[in-house]
Ligand binder design. Structure first.
Ligand code: PLP
Ligand code: MN
Length: 367
């Protein structure tokens, strides 16, 4: 029989490495987020760059989310093809090939939203739309730098100047501001994170007000991630938050923000070699678990992970039961988004029985 995991199979039937989702833990993460944020009246627009999955996007909408964000145009192409509308693309769309793809996607999906942070970027999109004969303008947000220094126009005069420029374009309709405080998400210490988040939110909401005074119709003020959303929603003027990682978490987030949300995703691996009395090799290396945010952790405490290259990792221990060839372990990723992008499927289980299998639809979609 060809290898084909089925719903109803035990996870012990899975080959490794495999990406597992503990459904009760994931469901409780969704319930915690919605219980904390929805009563504030805020719009939850989860960032789908984490899951890259239409099924998970639909589950979040069913729980009260308003569509979602994607990072990249190619992720939007995938999710639009799966029936999602009203997506916000949170990265700037720059360069002729990408602008041409945007026009084609917008031709079919008029509810798309984009961000701009330069006159060059906004102007090129406007020109391409003018050539396309699409009459409707594309919903556009000014991307504001609130301290991350990654993208975004500077607050104050530069933001006003860009907004005036966008107003002069026939094919873009300015409808909001995005200001993502990514530099604060993993800040250890809740009080410090809150204080710095409120400072960033002051920059964001003051800019939104300045734009309104300048005659712009700013309906959407969008921001926030897993580490800050709870603070963003307390700020009058913020209309929308974009958390993504909360669904699964990772060790980096757990170390920073604590265990309000649970680590609900693991990479199942097999011990394939014994290398010493207290050391084994598992079949999960750099191609299964990313290392940019530190090393993954074994879910069973006491075993320390090390990278042994593309395909291999080590687990070593001082006390506790010995691991032997053929044993299975679950590894908790250190950074969830790029780890998911390494896998084809999620195997979602309840108490060890596979209940759902979801493709990582936008895997590899980085354009
Ligand atoms: N918004 C933007 C613009 C992002 O780039 C990200 C993640 O990098 C998020 C929201 C979601 O953040 P998190 O996954 O930390 O919740
Ligand atoms: Mn991330």
């Amino acid at each position: 029989m060809p290898y084909a995991p089925q719903i109803g199979d035990p996870i012990t039937a899975l080959d490794t490495p495999s990406m597992l989702v503990d459904l009760p833990l994931m469901e409780s993460n969704i319930a915690k987020l919605t219980a904390q944020l929805l009563p504030t009246g805020i719009c939850i627009r989860p960032h789908l760059k984490t899951t890259k999955s239409a099924v998970l996007a639909a589950k979040l909408v069913a729980a009260g989310a308003r569509s979602g964000c994607v990072a990249k145009l190619s992720e939007a192409e995938v999710l639009c093809a799966k029936g999602f509308t009203d997506l916000l693309i949170t990265c700037e769309i720059v360069g002729a090939p990408k602008v041409a793809r945007l026009v084609e996607l917008f031709r079919k999906h008029r509810s798309l939203r984009i961000v701009v942070d330069s006159e060059e970027g906004a102007g090129a999109i406007d020109e391409a739309l003018a050539r396309s004969a699409i009459e409707e303008p594309i919903m556009t947000l000014i991307d504001l730098d609130v301290g991350l220094h990654r993208t975004g126009v500077q607050p104050g005069e530069p933001a006003l100047k860009l907004a005036r420029f966008v107003r002069g374009l026939g094919h873009l309709r300015l409808m909001g501001v995005q200001g993502y405080e990514g530099h604060l998400q993993h800040l250890h210490g809740r009080e410090e994170r809150r204080r710095m988040c409120l400072e960033a939110m002051a920059t964001l909401t003051q800019t939104a007000d300045a734009l309104r005074r300048d005659g712009h119709d700013i309906e959407v003020v969008t921001t926030g991630g897993t580490g800050t959303a709870e603070f963003c929603v307390t700020v009058p003027g913020v209309t929308e938050v974009q958390p993504g990682s909360f669904l699964f978490m990772d060790t980096d987030y757990r170390n920073a923000v604590g265990s309000f949300y649970s680590n609900s995703l693991t990479i199942l691996a097999t011990v394939i070699s014994k290398q010493g009395p207290k050391s084994v090799t598992i079949d999960a290396g750099l191609k299964s678990l990313t290392t940019d945010s530190g090393l993954a952790e074994c879910k069973t405490v006491g075993y320390t992970y090390g990278v042994l290259g593309d395909e291999h990792g080590s687990l070593s221990w001082t006390d506790g039961p010995d691991l032997k060839v053929g044993d299975r372990v679950e590894m908790i990723p250190s950074h969830i988004d790029p780890t998911i992008n390494l896998h084809d499927f999620y195997y979602a289980h309840r108490n060890g029985i596979i209940e759902e299998i979801w493709p990582v639809d936008a895997r590899g979609k980085v354009q």
